[in-house]
Ligand binder design. Structure first.
Ligand code: HEC
Ligand code: HEC
Length: 389
């Protein structure tokens, strides 16, 4: 994910040990112009002092909020304490969106949206820092010490060679040299992680909504589902969804919801069929999740409907096309959460203290109300049917 190609980084590192810092990208001359946007608040160069913002000499390698004679916001001090050190990557992120990078920073600057502007101003600032070179140089030599056999390599490695080595060793070396100043993660102040790729998001994005959104194209019948269920599911859920031992019951329990110990099954309790498809595809068979094809999940979902007498024809075929025509018995057993529409939540300034006009009054003691579960008669000892509410 680094936007600094390895070859260029090495070039930068090696040139850097000999001369002034040469950054991978960015044009210091162009950056000088960009810095006009910063000058009102920052000074850099010989004799630079703190102004509204801290001076920016020897910025590279300095911890964020790292000058002892400048009073930073807590946001920037904390970023520094959490390990943010200024280098190309962290500066680029900070300058792109100062408030996004360090929420609460007192740098009153909207940010440089153009990557070129950032690269250039960073290159300009680098000319006032000796650390850019030192950090890269140190990393190079430290690594040579660590790798016993690296000496010969160090002599011969022209940048392109080192970068193009294809052995894992070569990869590791290149990364090690590049890492300290530049391996540019884009994961916020702690530089962890990277944005997920489209393919990764697609692989996770498998939820199915009650209105059918997310259903894959496919089909399966009750008759096709039965043998799959017998083989993959019945060992836990029983041949008829009755649940073996303490494994969940999948069928029956109708008209038990108002009882003290309701039997909540797919048939008696679940309001939408989409949850069955989503859940089975995502999580079942327990211990071997994601092993079923989309068609097998359609067949199993049809079979679970059959076990619950919601369909009665063994040849019934469930598909992405007729899926939303199935209505579950308990679809009206849930009410939408409309609390946000209530007056109390509408108030822009909701009351949070002393909201009851009269003083609170104790009306009864918990002991008398008998809210403590009483296990003497065996009631209240664990849920019925192994279901999670
Ligand atoms: C309106 C004033 C203002 C402008 C314009 C401004 N800054 Fe800042 N800058 C600040 C202040 C104030 C801080 C201290 C932030 C804090 O403590 O949260 C700061 C902090 C910084 C830091 C962190 C330094 C450190 O020691 O941790 C860098 C780097 C920086 N600014 C670079 C820039 C650059 C580059 C520009 C121009 C592209 C710029 N700033 C524009 C006011 C400004
Ligand atoms: C090894 C045992 C096991 C196997 C095999 C298994 N399941 Fe499950 N199943 C479970 C467990 C345990 C849960 C409850 C998981 C939880 O609540 O976190 C569960 C939950 C379910 C539920 C939700 C029940 C509810 O009311 O919450 C459905 C539906 C389901 N399984 C279907 C299937 C299907 C279809 C198969 C076959 C492809 C299958 N299971 C195979 C153990 C198993």
């Amino acid at each position: 994910m680094s936007k600094f190609p390895k070859g260029l980084l090495l070039a930068g590192a090696i040139v850097g040990t000999l001369t002034a810092p040469a950054l991978a990208t960015g044009d210091a001359d162009a950056g000088k112009k960009v810095f006009n946007k910063c000058r009102a608040c920052h000074a850099v160069g010989e004799g630079a002092a703190n102004k509204i913002g801290p001076h920016l000499n020897e910025l590279f390698g300095r911890a964020a909020g790292g000058l002892s004679d400048y009073k930073y916001s807590a946001a920037l001090t904390t970023a520094g304490e959490n390990g943010v050190v200024w280098d190309e990557a962290t500066l680029s992120e900070f300058l792109a969106d100062p408030k996004g990078f360090a929420s609460g920073t007192k740098m009153g600057f909207a940010g440089l949206k153009k990557e070129d502007d950032r690269d250039n101003v960073i290159a300009y600032l680098a000319t006032f820092s000796s650390e850019t070179a030192a950090a890269a140089g140190e990393a190079g030599s430290g690594e040579a010490v660590a790798e016993g056999e690296a000496e010969a390599e160090a002599e011969t490695s022209a940048p392109e060679q080192a970068a193009s080595q294809e052995t894992p060793q070569g990869e590791a070396d290149g990364a090690a040299v590049a890492a300290p100043a530049h391996a540019a993660p884009s994961g916020g102040p702690l530089s962890l992680g990277r944005p997920a790729t489209e393919a990764e998001v697609a692989a996770w994005d498998i939820d199915i909504r009650p209105d059918g959104k997310g259903l894959p194209v496919g089909r399966g019948t009750v008759a096709e589902g039965e043998p799959i269920f017998a083989e993959q599911c019945a060992s836990c859920h029983g041949d008829f969804g009755e649940g073996r031992g303490r494994w969940p019951v999948l069928a029956g329990g109708f008209d038990t919801l108002t009882r003290q110990r309701p039997e909540k099954t797919v048939g008696s309790y679940w309001p939408y069929l989409s949850t069955v498809y989503d859940y089975v595809r995502r999580a079942m068979p327990f211990g071997n999740a994601r092993s079923l094809s989309d068609d097998e999940v359609y067949a199993l979902t049809a079979y679970v409907l059959y076990l619950n007498d919601i369909v009665t024809d063994e040849e019934f075929e469930l598909s992405n096309e007729n899926f939303t025509t199935i209505e579950m018995p308990n679809v009206d057993g849930f009410i939408p959460d409309t609390r946000e529409a209530e007056a109390h939540y509408q108030a822009s300034d909701p009351c949070v203290t002393d909201c009851k006009p009269e003083p609170a009054e104790v009306t009864m003691r918990a002991q008398v109300l008998d809210v403590t579960p009483d296990s003497a008669d065996g009631e209240g000892e664990g849920p019925a049917g192994g279901n999670v509410d």
